[in-house]
Ligand binder design. Structure first.
Ligand SMILES: C[S@@+](CC[C@H](N)C(=O)[O-])C[C@H]1O[C@@H](n2cnc3c(N)ncnc32)[C@H](O)[C@@H]1O
Length: 280
């Protein structure tokens, strides 16, 4: 009995947390699900739980799996990053990543451009883009990261549409001109990559770009001393192959020294910038 009560409470807590990270009130969520706001309130306080068919709708609405709603798992890296980000300071600092300048160079904001930052962390790149005039949407698995992204945007006087989502379950249904991601793609297991990237390519506007980086395996580089479990390095060149039918403007591999955890080690990274060009 106690276990069931606890489960109801936990589901409710996760729904409340997701709803807030999407900036929705109980009435708005109720309207989306075609239920009363009292029903939402009861789930969130653990007084009742949603029906099975509603669980599926809720999971779609927040881009998480039903498994996550029920058990809160499948998110090993969430706790890891929530903890890293749970401080006043910004763990990744404020300096935009090298690829940000490539975006400015290749797709300057001479017109309205919609940019998606996948795995935005604490928002240093997303906010940089917003400050440079892009219309920015950003998501990350860490709700602490999302809160800090919103805070940083507010402090800089710009708006970023930031929300919590899992790259492995979230799928695009609106177009972007620029799809950007830095240091995140190793959370996508190999079996999901083709499908996820087909979705990203499909929802990139004509003449839009995808600009991405991925950690790659190299036989001469051992595992990092602080490497996380549940990450999946890419094969060298694998990311480029996904864009074989687009114009590839940047295609590079870098091996760099890293001092995270205080122990010197190396990483291999592939960076790609590819443009969707229409046939005509
Ligand atoms: C190395 S950090 C990079 C953050 C940011 N892109 C930057 O350059 O500052 C990796 C980020 O991936 C996020 N992440 C991990 N697993 C994820 C997933 N399944 N879906 C979305 N984001 C995820 C983490 O929360 C973390 O913020």
């Amino acid at each position: 009995m106690w276990g069931w009560m606890k489960l109801k409470n936990e589901i409710g807590k996760r729904i409340a947390q997701l709803r807030k990270s999407f900036g929705m009130n109980q009435e708005e969520l109720a309207e989306k699900l075609n239920v009363t706001f009292q029903a939402v309130s009861k789930w969130e306080t653990g007084a009742s739980y949603p029906d099975i068919e509603l669980l599926s709708l809720i999971s779609e609405c927040f881009h998480v799996s039903v498994d996550y709603l029920l058990k809160g798992n499948g998110f090993k890296s969430k706790a890891y990053y929530n903890q890293k980000y749970d401080q006043e300071d910004y763990y990744w600092g404020f300096q935009p990543s090298v690829m940000c300048h490539k975006v400015l160079q290749h797709m300057p904001t001479v017109k309205h451009l919609r940019l998606l930052d996948i795995g935005c962390g604490e928002g240093k790149d997303a906010v940089f883009f917003a400050r440079n005039g892009y219309d920015v949407t950003a998501f990350d698995l860490s709700e602490t990261g999302i809160e800090k992204t919103k805070k940083l945007a507010e402090r800089c006087g710009v708006y970023v549409n930031a929300f919590m989502a899992d790259v492995n379950t979230f799928r695009l249904n609106t177009e972007f001109d620029i799809i950007y991601s830095n240091g995140v793609l190793h959370y996508i297991p190999p079996q999901l990559r083709e499908e996820i990237f087909a979705n990203y390519k499909n929802f990139t506007a004509e003449n839009g770009i995808n600009i991405l980086s991925a950690f790659v395996k190299k036989p001469f580089i051992g595992p990092a001393p602080d490497s996380e479990k549940y990450t999946y390095e890419w094969l060298s060149g694998e990311l480029f192959m996904l864009y074989h039918d687009w114009r590839i403007d940047i295609c590079e591999e870098t091996i760099f020294d890293c001092m995270s955890s205080g122990v010197p080690h190396k990483h291999g990274i592939n960076r790609v910038m590819a443009k969707k060009i229409s046939k005509n």
